[in-house]
Design a protein around this ligand. Structure first.
Ligand code: GDP
Length: 449
């Protein structure tokens, strides 16, 4: 796996301002240190409190993680039904579920929950997790029949999937959290980035504020801490980046995700992309009257990285900038790494490409994303980018306006609860505190700003 060339320069701040722990074998995970070579701009700084919290988590994981005595003891207790309300070690087991973008967001959510509740995160590796991420995520145990919570018990199943009911949603109330505190094993199944609602739980409020004084960086830091592409995926990323993107003066990413029963490409989607990118000055306008614009000095080059399941949008855009010059003289090169046709989450190579493409998008200077897509959220969060979000088209027409700039780089929680735990009645949870707002792309969703 490590047949990649060694880095030509050693990045200065290779631990991302101490966000990452020391003591890793650099060759076993090249992305951990080489990704810095591709990221520009001043990196954001994680709070000292977050850094110290991560170090304590690592110590806890070392003490309680798989193959330790304490772990073996807790598992034995679990099997025999013994139960202590003050266990030495507590766990949260994350179940692999849904598309890759969703899984990255839910892993980050489960990890933050583990940090907040002093639990060790165990990961159901599914078919592809070890193939995609270089972390030594541990395999989880298959002991848990799915049961709902009732009396005190050694484990509780938390159903936080988009179809969850009012009972499940009590997870976001302090009463439930007090109860869960005593449970050694939590098993969580979710397809949602539920972090925004954790910020509305009073008992977590202070801690979250200290961890993330800048609220819009939650996924950014957790993502950069947790998700390091394996060497095989890093090969896909670095070869593509070096071949097509790195030399351009401006790097633009366009993530096209069309949630439609029928296969595109659709004209209204292309129209929307063109009108958004030109209106917002992301791409230069064309000059339809001239066939050649004489360059003055060195021409600026723009690399446009498109990701989409279909190749149609890419071909149209590339042809447009081939057939006509730009009004302002830039040279536009349009690229798309893959066009997989449809989602194939069960296939390893498909997921490798999906991960590589999310990562490549995160390396651009300006990013355009599609509404509702966690694939795009991952790219914007890792990249620290506020994307322009293409509104979701209705009735096969390009929306007007076609897009808007996101208020923050945070992902959207698509299925938040609307419940006031104290008053025991419905409430608009997007209206309670200034840093939790409704999303740009989904009016009922919640995001941190
Ligand atoms: P979401 O459905 O857009 O929220 O994103 P997910 O990542 O959870 O699920 C969509 C899945 O479809 C991805 O994980 C990929 O498997 C596939 N997919 C969607 N768009 C693309 C794309 O542009 N490139 C590639 N390679 N795969 C894609």
């Amino acid at each position: 796996e490590s047949d990649l060339p060694q880095p030509v320069q050693v990045p200065k701040d290779k631990l991302l301002g101490e966000l990452l722990p020391t003591g890793f074998d650099e060759n076993s995970c090249l992305s951990r240190y080489q990704s810095l070579l591709y990221r520009h701009g001043t990196p954001r700084k994680a709070s000292p409190y977050l850094i110290s919290k991560l170090r304590s988590y690592e110590a806890l994981h070392k003490k309680c993680g798989p193959h330790t005595d304490l772990y073996n003891k807790t598992v034995k207790d679990l099997k025999s039904g013994r139960y202590s309300t003050t266990p030495d070690c507590k766990y949260i087991v994350w179940i692999s579920f849904s598309g890759l973008g969703n899984r990255i967001l839910t892993l980050a959510s489960a990890f933050l929950y583990a940090l907040l509740t002093d639990r060790v995160l165990l990961v159901d590796r599914g078919i592809d997790i070890p193939d995609l991420f270089a972390n030594r995520f541990q395999k989880f145990l298959g002991y848990f029949p799915w049961i709902s919570r009732s009396a005190l018990q050694p484990y509780v199943y938390l159903h936080l999937v988009h179809d969850y009911d009012d009972q499940d949603k009590l997870f976001f109330c302090d009463q439930d959290q007090t109860y869960l505190q005593k449970i050694p094993w939590l098993v969580m199944k979710t397809d949602n980035y539920f972090i925004p609602s954790l910020f509305l739980i009073p008992s977590f409020e202070q801690e979250l504020h200290s961890l993330f004084p800048d609220k819009e960086t939650v996924f950014h830091f957790l993502g950069r801490y947790l998700f390091h592409p394996t060497n095989s995926v890093w090969g896909l990323i670095s070869r593509y980046y070096e071949a097509y993107i790195s030399k351009a003066d401006v790097k633009v990413g366009i993530q096209i995700r069309v949630f439609d029963r029928e296969n595109g490409p659709f004209k209204h989607v292309l129209d929307q992309i063109l009108s958004c990118t030109m209106k917002e000055d992301i791409l230069p306008k064309l000059n339809p009257h001239e066939r050649i614009i004489s360059p003055v000095g060195k021409q600026k080059t723009v690399a446009v990285l498109i990701t989409s399941l279909s190749s149609g949008y890419f071909e149209e855009l590339r042809n447009l900038y081939w057939e006509y010059p730009t009004a302002t003289g830039e040279i536009i090169a349009v690229y798309q790494p893959s066009h997989e046709g449809y989602q194939q989450t069960e296939k390893q190579n498909h997921n490798r490409k999906a991960w590589a493409e999310m990562y490549l998008l995160s390396l651009t200077d300006k990013l355009v994303t599609s509404s509702w897509s966690t694939f795009g959220y991952v790219a914007q969060g890792l990249g620290g980018l506020k994307p322009w979000i293409l509104y979701k088209p209705e009735n096969r027409t390009a929306p007007d306006p076609p897009c808007r700039r996101a208020v923050s780089m945070e992902p959207c929680f698509h299925a938040p609860p609307f419940y006031d735990c104290k008053m025991r009645r419905g409430v608009d949870t997007g209206n309670l505190v200034p840093h939790v707002k409704h999303c740009e792309d989904m009016s009922w969703g919640l995001k941190l700003v």
